[in-house]
Design a protein around this ligand. Sequence first.
Ligand code: 4NP
Length: 163
Amino acid sequence: MNDDKPLRVLMVCLGNICRSPTAHAVMQRRLEQAGLAGAIEVDSAGTGDYHIGKPPDVRAQQAASERGYDLSALRARQLVPEDFEQFDCLLAMDLSNLEHMIRMASGEQLSKIHLMLSPLGPDREVPDPYYGGEDGFGEVLDLVEEACDYWLEEFRRQLEQRH
Ligand code: 4NP
C-alpha cells in the first residue's frame, strides 16, 4: 500500500440525504479535531437514486446544526461500482444498505464493507429517520457520534500499521 495515499472512507445509506451525510459531517469534524483530515478522507453516498443532486433533508440539517455540524454544502450521489475500488472502508448505516453493498462488491472488496454501528454490537442499525419524527434525527446523531469515536481509533491504527 502506498503510504502517501489518504485512507478513504465512504458513509452509505439509502437516500444520502439523512444518515450518511450526517455521518460524513460528524466524521469530518472528528478528523479535523484529531489533525487527521489530510490523512483520512470521508465521503458519502446512497444506494438509491431518488435524491441525486439534492442537499440533505432540512430536518437532518437542523438537527446537525444544533450540534455545530454544517451539512448544507453536501449533495446526494448514488453509490457506484467504482466506489468499492476507490474507498478503503465503506460503512453501511443499516442491514439493507449492507446487503445492497455486498451484492455490488466482489472478491477482496467485500472485506472493506462494514456496518457503521458494528463497534456498538452485532447487527446494530442506524434507524432510517426519513418517515419518522424529529426525534429520529437526534437519535441518528447520538449513534453516529458514538460510532465515529470508535472508527476514528480504528482508522488511526490502520494508518500506524502502514509504517
Ligand atoms: P437516508 O434516509 O437513507 O438516511 O438518506 C432516507 C431518505 C430518503 C428515503 C428513504 C430514506 N426515501 O425513501 O426517499
